[in-house]
Ligand binder design. Structure first.
Ligand code: ZN
Length: 545
């Protein structure tokens, strides 16, 4: 790492190193950073870090006015390994074919399996402001772009084998070794399209390659003209580093163990392909908490699109920007997302009034802005927690939602729900898809007569104090003051008296009473929000004696 400047965050530090290294390796050329994704099934939200880490570094490089290309390699020429549980089991006949040769799942509008799973990821990345150049490995291999590199790897197969042998720990590593000798190239069978092939021999002079397939097909092809096959992964990755001149490509922990593809690739890229290993930090796992099964788009796997259904793009970017790649963190789908939004709103306020620390201001800037421009923002970012509660209580009814939100701040009444979009839409999606059924808020239609008849005199008096102040305090702030003041007034204290343990216990008991009478539960959305949502008439009907 370069000498860290105190105001520099991890993104700036990598950008310093990457620019310097790119200038050393290929002066005057655009900097190349890379990500790789396999569209073998729904692309898990956990894989977003593979793209976000290089994206943030690329974006910082572009902000400095240095040309930078972020390539996203789609490993769509890889074999289909397994059929996800929610797909027709008859798709098993396609196992072993390249992902672009497998039909898309039933009902898909896309031409093949790989395109079907790529499309939602591309859409999510566009929403997140990630600018990239997608490279289809099917297109590269089948067009012959890598022919020279493939022939080179085959000529140098003994040296490659010797490097791999230094790291091999178990037989059967999928690196091209077989009883018939070592070949780093794996053809797809021209009869059955699958890769159940074994290379039987290769002639360097003529490039004649013979293989046998498990389906019984045998064939001899000219490798110089062959287009249906690829280098094995551990050779393929370093070949592409050299081919594209990649200077920065992070990878997950599984690629960085001793003998892993990153380590072996570092040897092969320089010893065989005449290139250099990229700067490649390891990034830590991103966890997911509380994803409700029903809302996952496909097969219970949370995707970036699922996250963007319930949170705004800048918030999701912020999660990645503020953590170093080696720090793990969690993307919350449960009510933890409310706390996350509180934290985000607090950070925004600090940035707005100039009190944010250097690193916090930088992370915020990376969340809301790219070199290409600003991401969509909500003009009036009312608290997500409140929007989610309103969505819960109104089940999304637009008219009621507007009334409640307008009442919440009479000094600045909301003119239209558009002012609180897109945040409102995300909070409504959250309430509709992530809020467990037993936590949904249902306002009582009729008063609980027996409960009202059995109130103590003090409870009755507390409810009457609340009812007496309703109209005058009809705003979110006013109702907040009112509900906290009721137990104080009952104790003969001023409405603004400081809290004591006794007062806090009395407040808890009072809130519990109001919740039970309004929604039949001991807890619920914050009480002022609930009161606003219920409206004065409904409250009187349910609380009056
Ligand atoms: Zn075959």
């Amino acid at each position: 790492m370069a000498q860290a400047r105190p105001e520099a965050d991890w993104v700036s530090q990598f950008a310093d190193d990457v620019i310097a290294e790119a200038e050393r390796r290929s002066p005057g050329k655009a900097v190349v950073v890379a990500s790789g994704l396999s569209p073998s099934g729904p692309i898990h939200l956990g894989n977003l870090r593979e793209v976000m880490v290089p994206h943030l570094v690329a974006d910082e490089i572009r902000r400095r006015g240095v040309a930078c290309v972020h390539i996203l390699s789609w490993d769509d020429f890889d074999r289909l390994r397994r059929v996800p549980a929610d797909i027709d089991p008859s798709w098993a006949e396609h196992i072993g074919k390249p992902l672009t040769s497998v039909p898309a799942p039933p009902g898909s509008a896309h031409p093949n399996w790989a395109e079907h799973f790529k499309a939602p990821m591309e859409a999510a990345l566009a929403r997140l402001g990630v600018e990239f150049r997608g490279i289809s490995q099917t297109q590269m291999y089948t067009s012959g772009a890598y022919v020279e590199q493939v022939l080179l790897a085959m000529r140098e197969r003994n040296r490659i084998d010797a490097v791999l042998a230094e790291y091999r720990t178990k037989p059967g590593d999928d690196d091209g070794a077989s009883g018939a000798g070592y070949y780093p190239y794996k053809p797809y069978c021209s009869a059955c399209e699958r890769d159940l092939t074994t290379v039987r021999g290769y002639d360097d002079e003529s490039t004649a390659l013979s293989y046998v397939c498990a389906c019984g097909h045998t064939e001899t092809v000219l490798l110089a003209e062959h287009r249906r096959g690829k280098l094995v992964w551990k050779v393929d990755w370093p070949m592409r580093w050299a081919y594209e001149g990649v200077v920065f490509e992070p990878s997950g922990v599984d690629h960085q163990a001793p003998g892993s593809s990153f380590v072996v690739g570092g040897r092969l890229v320089s010893e065989i392909f005449g290139g250099q290993q990229p700067i490649g930090p390891m990034y830590a796992f991103v966890g997911i908490s509380g994803m409700a099964k029903m809302s996952s788009s496909r097969g219970g796997v949370p995707t970036p699109a699922d996250a963007l259904d319930i949170m705004e793009e800048p918030l999701l970017r912020w999660l990645y920007a503020r953590r170093r790649p080696q720090q793990s963190f969690t993307v919350a789908f449960d009510s933890e997302v409310h706390r996350l939004y509180d934290e985000w709103d607090a950070a925004e306020r600090k940035v707005a009034n100039g009190t944010a620390s250097g690193p916090d201001a930088i992370a915020h800037g990376r969340a809301v802005l790219t070199a290409a421009g600003e991401l969509p923002r909500t003009p009036r970012p009312l608290p997500y927690r409140m929007l989610a509660s309103v969505a819960d209580i109104t089940t999304g009814d637009a008219e009621q939602t507007l009334r409640i939100l307008r009442d919440s701040d009479p000094s600045r009444p909301l003119a239209s729900l558009d002012e609180v979009r897109p945040r409102l839409d995300r909070a409504q999606n959250w309430a509709a898809t992530q809020l467990p059924a037993d936590q949904r808020t249902v306002l009582a239609d009729e008063p609980d007569v027996s409960a009202l008849e059995s109130l103590t005199a003090s409870e009755r008096a507390a409810l009457d104090l609340l009812l007496a102040g309703l109209e005058e305090q009809w705003s979110l702030d006013g109702l907040s003051r009112l509900v906290y003041a009721v137990p104080k007034l009952q104790a003969g204290l001023a409405a603004d008296a400081p809290p004591t343990p006794e007062l806090k216990a009395a407040q808890r008991a009072f809130f519990g009473l109001v919740y039970r009478l309004l929604i039949g539960r001991d807890t619920g959305p914050r009480l002022p929000t609930l009161l606003l949502a219920a409206g004065p008439e409904r409250i009187r009907k349910l609380l009056a004696g």
